[in-house]
Design a binder for this molecule. Structure first.
Ligand SMILES: [Zn+2]
Ligand SMILES: [Zn+2]
Length: 431
């Protein structure tokens, strides 16, 4: 009964990126790895928690339901203590041409993947987490006022991405689904029941997520290995680039890296395969150049996220969040490229992974990786030290740094870090 869904194939000839979505890279304002856009935390107008909260929780719908209903891969519901909804923010401002903004929610579904992309009244869902995740996913959608999905992407047919999606498909009847390769029969049945148009996509396909262009970067063909064959999507919003990777690995990840190397750096990388050591290679990161990285991960026995992966991400200069430590992560992208982050749990970045010295948990703040320099640490008096930022840079500096020649804005170290500034690698300011 599975195959009622209409199927059609999308090539590279579909809708193209709207004009006016030109990406603008301003030269990195400090000596670290290439960075995207310009930044001015102070000028963003969204330094407090208020705006983030108002973005994350739109009016109406699902009243005070907790955003972090945690589900494990075995579908046992481990109800966590209800988190106070912290609304810490990190803000980045870029001057770009006009472009549509977006809301991206990395839903905490435990050990699995599920990301919501909202563009105006259009809503899509990339994966739906493991069995038992529908509650978390539908709660997150409900808070956004979503009653029907415009599209879903099923990156690949592994249970930690698909089993929760099946229930969501029955409930929220997506109009369209993007897949690569054979569809699991239970999911195909759900698509058929929902009247979903199922579309096979391959590398080069240009999709539209509402007003946003979304390009399929992988797979070019079907190898039969589900992780490798994950649908990888590059989304443009607010003049910035956001990558969704599923569990891609191996040659297909390398091919994605090659495509990314031809464009500007990524604003946010959804890290492949829950931070597995076997994805997110240093070569890939040198091509992708992510400013932020989000890992969808829960308690697991696979060693996710790997300490090696965390170290590589930090070495690449990415600020890392994960759903195990930070909970459901809501990122609002303004039309001008301002990124505003909100977290249902901690707002502190992830600094270590599983297997790192002296740490058995992704939540530990005592990372052994030293490359990224975003050490949270128990900054006491050091946090009150004065450092300097510029109107357009992403780093903070010591007083005499050469990158302060054009603008020089004094700020307390702890505030600079809270706003997402990174230490300059040239002047090596206090951390
Ligand atoms: Zn997988
Ligand atoms: Zn997975």
């Amino acid at each position: 009964m599975a195959q009622k869904s209409r199927v059609r194939t999308s090539g590279a000839s579909c809708l193209l990126a709207a004009a006016g979505l030109a990406l603008v890279i301003l030269a990195g304002a400090c000596g670290t790895s290439a960075t995207l856009g310009a930044q001015s935390g102070a000028a963003s107008g969204a330094p407090g928690g208020g705006s983030a909260a108002s973005v994350a929780a739109q009016p109406g719908v699902t009243p005070a339901s907790t955003p972090t209903h945690k589900v494990t891969p075995k579908a046992t519901k481990s109800s966590r203590p209800k988190p106070a909804k912290t609304a810490a923010t990190v803000t980045t401002v870029a001057q770009t041409s006009t472009a549509a903004g977006a809301l991206i929610v990395y839903v905490d579904v435990g050990q699995g993947d599920s990301e919501i992309v909202k563009s105006g009244s259009w809503t899509g869902l990339i994966d739906g987490g493991p069995s038992g995740s529908a509650y978390a996913v539908e709660s997150a959608l409900g808070r956004l006022g979503v009653k029907r999905l415009d599209a879903v992407v099923a990156t690949h047919m592994h249970a930690d991405h698909i089993d929760g999606l099946i229930d969501v498909v029955y409930d929220l009847r997506p109009r369209r689904a993007y897949v690569a390769g054979p569809v699991k029969s239970t999911l195909a049945a759900a698509f058929a029941r929902a009247g979903t148009v199922v579309e096979q996509v391959r590398r080069g396909a240009s999709l539209r997520f509402g007003a946003l262009p979304a390009k399929v970067l992988s797979p070019a063909g079907i190898s039969g290995d589900p992780n490798s064959d994950s649908v990888v999507i590059l989304l443009q919003a607010g003049g910035k680039r956001f990558l969704f990777t599923g569990d891609v690995t191996g040659p297909n990840e390398a091919a994605v890296g090659e495509q990314l190397a031809r464009g500007p750096p990524l604003a946010v990388l959804k890290v492949a395969h829950h931070g597995s050591a076997y994805s997110t290679t240093a070569a890939f990161l040198s091509q992708a150049r992510p400013r932020f990285a989000v890992i969808e991960v829960g308690h697991n026995s696979y060693g996710h996220p790997s300490a090696d992966t965390i170290a590589r991400l930090r070495a690449a200069g990415a600020r890392i969040y994960d759903t195990l430590k930070n909970g459901t992560i809501t990122l609002s992208v303004s039309a001008t490229g301002t990124l505003t982050w909100a977290f249902s749990r901690s707002s502190a970045p992830v600094t270590s992974g599983v297997g790192s010295a002296g740490s058995g948990s992704a939540s530990s703040g005592s990372g052994s990786a030293s490359a990224g320099g975003a050490a949270a640490g128990g900054a006491s008096s050091a946090g009150n030290a004065t450092v300097y930022v510029t109107a357009t840079g992403e780093c903070y500096h010591r007083s005499g740094c050469r990158y302060l020649s054009k603008s020089r804005i004094a700020i307390k170290l702890k505030d600079a870090k809270a706003q997402g500034y990174r230490p300059c690698s040239v002047c090596d300011p206090p951390q």
